[in-house]
Design a binder for this molecule. Structure first.
Ligand code: VGL
Ligand code: ZN
Length: 201
């Protein structure tokens, strides 16, 4: 059983959004083009309350990309993004959602961020994604979406740790920072995951 997880393909992460990933718009049509190669397609959605502590606006005197410590975990402060129910939290306009069977929302607890689709950054609370995938008999998991070195990376790393055979589709993601993208791919390979391009699917 082969599943695709499409991570955070949301307006706020596209050029023109609140936390734009450069060239993030380029992957939308290509993702639409591969969904039929999978037995199951799921998506994650970053879904923050407006008082979320990953927002610089909720830390007086701080600005986006400053760092703070939240509950003992280093946190990069972001511009407000993917606020629950806002336009920017919606999926990319041209994203074809028809094959998406389930959507897992994350980052809903105001006190902790959640890059991975499986757990918050403290690994305290599960989104239910793991049990859903196991319940559907998934063994092979392919990961794509935005952003390459944050939510796609952490989703892939958790998938590896949970025992899924994990594939990071490197041309169906885009990074915020290019060097961090290279490090992300190394981290996935080091932990036993795989990095491939859509052409080899
Ligand atoms: C993401 C930063 C903050 C992501 C989400 O989807 O990669 N990055 N929230
Ligand atoms: Zn976020």
């Amino acid at each position: 059983m082969k599943a695709l997880i499409i991570v955070d393909l949301q307006k706020d992460f596209l050029p023109g959004g609140r936390l734009p990933v450069p060239r993030g718009d380029e992957i939308v049509e290509s993702i639409n083009g591969i969904v039929d190669k999978f037995d199951l397609v799921v998506a994650t959605q970053d879904w923050h309350p407006s008082n979320h502590l990953s927002f610089a606006s909720n830390h007086p005197g701080k600005k986006p990309f400053d760092k703070v410590t939240l509950d003992g975990i280093e946190q990069i402060l972001w511009p407000d993004h993917c606020v629950q129910g806002s336009e920017g939290a919606g999926f990319a306009a041209h994203f074809d959602e028809r094959r998406v069977e389930a959507i897992f929302r994350k980052g809903t607890d105001p006190g902790i961020d959640s890059y991975s689709g499986f757990f918050d950054n403290g690994h305290k609370k599960s989104t239910g994604l793991k049990d859903y995938l196991l319940g559907r008999g998934v063994k092979d998991l392919y990961v794509c979406g935005l952003a390459a070195e944050y939510c796609v990376l952490y989703t892939a790393l958790d998938a590896i740790e949970l025992g899924f055979k994990t594939y990071y589709i490197e041309d169906l993601t885009r990074p915020i920072d290019h060097d961090a993208f290279e490090q992300a791919k190394k981290a996935i390979l080091q932990r036993g995951g795989h990095v491939l391009t859509a052409s080899s699917l």
